[in-house]
Design a protein around this ligand. Structure first.
Ligand code: MG
Length: 266
């Protein structure tokens, strides 16, 4: 009888253990999004896995990164249209990846980057910016490939937002994945228009919002999420804190945490 009880306990325990290996993430309760990862303090390359890991270590609510697509349709994480002097859209991933990042990392594919973001991470959402292409049809293709990849990796719960300067791109993401959250970056649409088009919120240049402060209350009334880029100066960070933004996208996550703490103590 005692033996059976021990066996029973072991079975229950292992069942619980299996359940706990399911991906689980709850975004940290702060507004800080590390812009291209938390790269600055430790001199890491922007958009590197190392910078993503540092944002996770700091428990930022989000870590932003930029996505482009190679000539052979591989989604990669990098900011500029060129990498190591090579045009990304006309170069294959194999050619591009011959060149390492300054810290020795291999140029991350979006797949490897997301997998890194799903590993040992319970609090930092992935904020996926897809860079627009001037080539007809490519924005839609990038949107479809990104959403399909996230689905394949079962990474939906880790992607806090898709963001883009391309309106057609984020609208398409929302269409093919209605549960996704999308923010528009360009600053040219009023909160009203975003709401009508089923966009989750706005992520505008902080100085654009200083020119149009009425958009802040309009967005709040409409239930849109509010984010701004890129607040690196203390006065800009403080301004976003004062206006109760949902998110602060910054190259200075440590400073943002410090200012939030000081604001909370006043
Ligand atoms: Mg970006």
């Amino acid at each position: 009888m005692k033996y059976l009880l021990i066996v029973f306990i072991c079975i229950v325990f292992s069942a619980c253990n299996t359940a706990s290996t399911e991906p689980e993430i709850e975004f940290a309760n702060n507004p800080v999004i590390a812009h291209r990862g938390a790269w600055k303090t430790n001199g890491l390359p922007k958009n590197s896995v190392a910078a993503l890991k540092e944002a996770i270590r700091l428990k930022c609510t989000g870590s932003e990164f930029d996505v482009r697509m190679t000539a052979d349709s591989v989604l990669i994480v990098t900011h500029d249209a060129d990498f190591a002097g090579l045009n990304i859209e006309t170069s294959t991933y194999e050619t591009l990846a011959k060149h390492k990042l300054p810290n020795g990392e291999t140029l991350p594919t979006l797949k490897d980057f997301i997998i890194a973001g799903m590993t040992d991470n319970i609090s930092t959402g992935l904020v996926c910016e897809i860079k627009p292409s001037k080539t007809e049809g490519r924005n839609i293709l990038m949107a479809e490939k990104a959403v399909a990849l996230v689905k394949e990796l079962k990474a939906e719960s880790y992607i806090s937002y898709y963001i883009s300067f391309s309106y057609e791109l984020i609208k398409h993401i929302k269409q093919i994945d209605p549960n996704s959250k999308v923010l528009y970056l360009d600053g040219s649409k009023t909160p009203d228009v975003l709401k009508t088009d089923n966009i989750t919120g706005l992520d505008y240049f902080v100085y654009k919002l200083k020119e149009k402060p009425e958009w802040i209350s309009e967005a709040k009334t409409l239930g849109l999420k509010l984010n701004a880029w890129t607040a690196n100066k203390q006065e800009d960070i403080d301004w976003l804190i004062t206006h109760n933004f949902d998110y602060i996208t910054t190259d200075e996550p440590e400073l943002a945490f410090k200012r939030l703490e000081e604001a909370a103590n006043h």
